[in-house]
Design a protein around this ligand. Structure first.
Ligand code: F6P
Length: 320
């Protein structure tokens, strides 16, 4: 059977989503399938915003940030009646398989469609790196690179002024961006949801770095949604010899051309998704584990706890 496949991107965009769209499309076309783009995630699917893609429609996408298909978060997709509308649209366009690129919310939508008989494949597209079925998500390393550029610059000015920079990064309840950024930039402290927020401990550590270790400046990388970065910076000014300053990196972390790692990851995963469809496999999401492209059921990816980062935290502490 020659498959007709749909592709959508959903949730927060991430650099490398476009490279994945290109890879799925071209790999599927080469395998004799027909490919359809769906605009703005599940919203476009429900509304039938669907159009055919050819090789030319995805030219040059490996270098472009964002997603050319557009993305959205659709809370209503939890409702069965809304999922049924999506199934109707897919049937109308004779699309039998769907590749979804996004985070855990996107996977939950795909799991529901799979239960309704649509052959779904998930690709992990999020800067947060918060998906269990993969060591790394598409976009994580690009966001990390953006954070590192910013922190390197902040370190210059912090050291000139004997300051402590509190840098808030994204992650949505996952501390990987903060932890990896802390390791990459030689930060003094990382504050993550996995480790918890202990203000007394943070202020004590900073005093120790200043007084005992004679550090001239400090960088604190703070995962979002744990506390207010500005208030923490003010407390640092009050309780330590450092002048505290806060920087919230915000959505700048989601933009930009993907770094080569993300381009390659997205391309390998996109090609693999088309291969899975060709082999009649569905209801699964693609991941990279120990540098091998693999897949597991949505159910498993959504319920397995994330790998512990204990060793990385311990290494970070040893090196401060
Ligand atoms: O999931 C990606 C992410 O960028 C999170 O890190 C962040 O918490 C959230 O999306 C922000 O969402 P929005 O773009 O809707 O403000």
């Amino acid at each position: 059977m020659k498959h007709r496949i749909g592709i959508l991107t959903s949730g927060g965009d991430s650099p490398g989503m476009n490279a994945a769209i290109r890879a799925v499309t071209r790999s599927a076309l080469t395998r004799g399938m027909r490919v359809y783009g769906i605009r703005d995630g599940y919203k476009g699917l429900v509304n039938g915003d669907i159009f055919e893609l050819n090789r030319h429609s995805v030219s040059d996408l490996e270098v472009r940030g964002g997603t050319v298909l557009g993305s959205a978060r659709l809370e209503e997709f939890k409702l069965e009646s809304v999922q049924d509308q999506a199934v109707e649209q897919l049937k109308k366009h004779k699309i039998d398989s769907l590749v979804v690129i996004g985070g855990d919310g996107t996977y939950r939508g795909a799991a529901s469609l799979t239960a309704k008989g649509i052959n779904c494949i998930g690709l992990p597209g999020t800067i947060d790196n918060d998906i269990s079925g993969t060591d790394f998500t598409i976009g994580f390393y690009t966001a990390l690179s953006t954070i590192c550029d910013a922190v390197d610059k902040l370190r210059d000015t912090s050291s000139s002024h004997h300051r402590c920079s509190v840098v808030e990064v994204m992650g949505n309840h996952c501390g990987d961006l903060a932890l990896y950024a802390g390791i990459s930039t030689g930060a003094e402290i990382v504050i993550t949801p996995e480790r918890g927020y202990d203000e007394t401990e943070i202020l004590e550590k900073l005093k120790y770095f200043e007084v005992t270790k004679k550090k001239n400046h400090a960088i604190v990388i703070l995962s979002e949604k744990l506390t207010n970065a500005d208030i923490l910076a003010k407390k640092i000014s009050g309780a330590t010899g450092f002048a505290g300053r806060s920087t919230i990196l915000g959505h700048i972390q989601r933009g930009g051309s993907p770094v080569p790692y993300d381009r390659i990851l997205a391309t390998r995963m996109g090609d693999y998704a088309a291969e899975l469809i060709e082999n009649g496999i569905g209801g699964v999401c693609v991941g990279i584990i120990d540098n091998k492209i693999t897949h597991m059921t949505f159910e498993k990816a959504l319920t397995t706890p994330k790998k512990s980062r204990k060793n990385l935290y311990e290494m970070f502490e040893r090196l401060v």
